[in-house]
Design a protein around this ligand. Structure first.
Ligand code: FCB
Length: 505
């Protein structure tokens, strides 16, 4: 199919002026403004109505296992994801992260690409077994060297580095000693966090401790229920199914590890280094925005996040969580809670979809979930319900419940059936619609005074989507995994424009 690009760029001024009235602006597909793309054709709404605060970080995100490859190079130790992926049957099509995007060798090209698509910030993760092959003990200088060079490359390109210390690739050596069921893993994480802060905080000012506590604990050690119009259960590395008491202990050790990392970073980092978690907040969205339903949704949001965000931000488990887990509740000390609840500089939230819509109820616990209608819009790939208000309510409740100083949207995005057509483009209109709708809701939160400081689209480029393999493409940039050729999708052009204007376009 030949896309009719010339038709768009050669429209008459008259037609274009009509389009301006409904808020369209035209560009040539080379990304440059067309002859007719004068200010008269730009958005009908005043820019201020849709802008983000000054200094807002327009970022993209990835994680080490999903893009780096080089799984056993330069002294890197084995991770639980290497082991899991090398075990037949765990990942679709037998895909692995052995090579993935070969980013370990192509990081310079990838940084240049990020700059090109308008990213002002980049959230990547550091592979713990690259730094400490055995999880603790002797660090591997070549491992650190890679991140050292990456940070330098980013800074030189004017892109602010934001590192996540744990995006699920636990050193296998630690899993062999009990993994997250062992309290020693939390301690080892604290030491690793202090080491990174010491080495990189002269240039890197933002550190996320752990990515998605709920995902790697629940999916890795029990099985994770993904809600939505088509519910499913996900299992991730190490693929265990622990009994409830042990499973709740795993969750506790994960938040304890976060707290120990915050302590270590404060002790070792250069002044001005900021730290916080990146958690996939469970958000209840009020189906109807009236005070009683909003209050009910807020109540539900606090309770659903009890094992993770709530305990990190309140320094205690809710009565509801302790009651629900009963004799299988996690074992902890007051000192644990003090560590877990250490003050933070910011909170990152990954938001893809609400947990559910909520209505107020006279019955305990004061709210009830509204079922998704059969025809509720769903993402093309993973059946996530599309409900952009989750970005508004996720950040709004984060603020109203816990008042963090700064909020980052550390992930938001969608996978699509991206096709490279014969003019060389990928017209991912579904992704553009998704991002625009979600950013509109985020801008609404910013306009309400919620301190949202940045947005990281997941993902910079297509990558290994865990057990789904290379099939689920989330990127702004298309990757041909046979040749490693990168091609920015239309959504990358949209992103560049939004980043340039600091506004939803
Ligand atoms: C999140 C993960 C990220 C990616 C996206 C699609 O849960 O943090 O690595 O898989 O989902």
């Amino acid at each position: 199919m030949k896309y009719p690009d010339t038709e768009l760029t050669r429209r008459s001024t008259l037609k274009a002026a009509g389009a301006a009235a409904i808020g369209l602006s035209f560009e040539t597909f080379s990304g440059e403004a067309s002859a007719q793309s004068t200010s008269a054709l730009s958005s009908a709404a005043p820019a201020s109505a849709r802008t983000f605060p000054d200094g807002f970080y327009w970022g993209t995100a990835t994680s080490a296992y999903q893009i780096e490859g080089a799984w056993n190079e330069d002294g890197k130790g084995e991770s639980i994801w290497d082991r899991f992926a090398h075990t037949p049957g765990n990942i679709r099509n037998g895909d692995t992260g052995d090579v993935a995007n070969d980013h370990y060798h192509r990081y310079k090209e990838d940084v240049a690409l990020m700059k090109d698509i308008g990213a002002k910030a980049y959230r990547f993760s550091i592979s713990w077994p690259r730094i400490f092959p055995e999880g603790t003990g002797q660090p591997n200088p070549k491992g650190l060297d890679f991140y050292d060079r990456l940070v330098d490359e980013l800074k030189a390109a004017g892109i602010e580095p934001f590192a996540t210390l744990y995006h699920w690739d636990l050193p296998q050596a630690l899993e062999d000693k009990g993994g997250w069921l062992s309290r020693d893993t939390a301690k080892a994480f604290g030491e690793y966090a202090g080491y990174i802060a010491d080495k990189l905080s002269d240039r890197m000012k933002h550190i996320f401790t752990i990515n998605e506590f709920r995902s790697f604990t629940d999916a890795g050690y029990r099985g994770f229920e993904v809600p939505g119009p088509v519910p499913r259960t996900v299992h991730l590395a190490p693929g265990l199914k622990l009994p409830p008491a042990e499973f709740h202990q795993v969750r506790h050790h994960a938040v304890l590890a976060h707290g120990l990392a915050v302590q270590a970073i404060r002790a070792k980092a250069k002044p001005g280094t900021k730290v916080g978690p990146a958690e996939n907040i469970d958000t209840a969205v009020p189906l109807i925005e009236s005070p009683e339903h909003i209050a009910a949704a807020q109540l539900a949001t606090r309770e659903m996040n009890a094992p993770f965000l709530t305990v990190m931000l309140e320094g205690k488990y809710t009565d509801g969580y302790l009651k629900e887990t009963g004799k299988d509740a996690p074992r902890f000390t007051d000192e644990d809670l003090r560590i877990i609840g250490a003050p933070l500089d910011f909170v990152g939230i990954n938001v893809y979809a609400p947990r559910f819509y909520v209505l107020a109820s006279d019955q305990a616990p004061g709210w009830r979930a509204a079922p998704y209608a059969k025809g509720h819009p769903k993402a093309a790939i993973n059946n996530f319900p599309i409900a952009p208000e989750c970005l508004y309510w996720g950040s709004k409740f984060l603020q109203s419940l816990w008042g963090p100083k700064e909020i980052f949207i550390t992930e938001n995005g969608c996978a699509g059936e991206d096709v490279l057509v014969d003019d060389g483009n990928i017209y991912d209109t579904d992704r553009i619609t998704f991002i625009r709708a979600h950013l509109t809701q985020l801008q609404r939160a910013a306009a309400d005074g919620v301190p949202v400081m940045g947005y990281f689209y997941w993902s910079t480029m297509d990558n290994l989507e865990w057990t789904a393999g290379f099939g689920n493409r989330f990127g702004l940039v298309y990757v041909d995994f046979k040749t490693q050729k990168r091609t920015p999708k239309m959504s990358a052009r949209w992103f560049r424009e939004a980043s340039k204007r600091n506004a939803v376009t």
